[in-house]
Design a protein around this ligand. Sequence first.
Ligand code: 13P
Length: 251
Amino acid sequence: MALARPVVFGNWKMNGSAADGEALCRALAAKAASGLEGTLGVFPPAVLLPRAGAWLDASPVLLGAQDCHGEAKGAFTGDLAAPMLVEAGAKAIIVGHSERRQYHDESDATVRGKAEAAIAAGAIAVICIGETEAEYVAGETLQRLEAQLAGSVPDLATAATVVVAYEPVWAIGTGRTPTNAEITAAHGFLREQLVARFADGADFRLLYGGSVKASNAQEILHLANVDGALVGGASLEADGFWTIYEAGLGG
Ligand code: 13P
């Protein structure tokens, strides 16, 4: 079964001391103590995963990891395998983030292998795609999304094992977002592609990511085919992140 809407995930990226992480996790756990109608998740740096699990305690806040290797084990110094991340408490793993594609030269095939590894380890693969600014300006957004979706999402994907995050590269950390019409067009296109390829394509969760914050979450999270958000900077502060989650409730 797909995750309950809204799905709001916080990607901490390479941020968060143990003290910061503990305060954030404990604050979110307290807010979620009486239960969650949707899905709220945090994706701390891997070294904090076991402790984050303890800080979240028995709360329903989902714990996830950022990136994994495509192999389950082996001679890959410095890398982390999906089964290790799952053993450390991760229920979901972000793969194909544009920062990995850009700074670590990850191809669609690499991302697909990582997604397969995450799923094989029992985690949900959160697969990120998105056009660059040059592609956006050239009007090539949908072609880029079509190619990335086809290349990065494995054939064995289901709505229960894969979440797709649309993150325009130019909107990440910039304070700029596409127009509502552009987000609606991109998500509608992704939905069509998923429905054409997968029997349960209508149920896949589609997240928007890129400069989501408390002040724009309400309008973005209620656009057609937007099931939630993948939040970077604004996920590092508990009240603001919780406001984003609450903005997605209802409808
Ligand atoms: P910002 O929310 O900081 O723009 O980052 C988005 C992102 O990359 C989440 O994965």
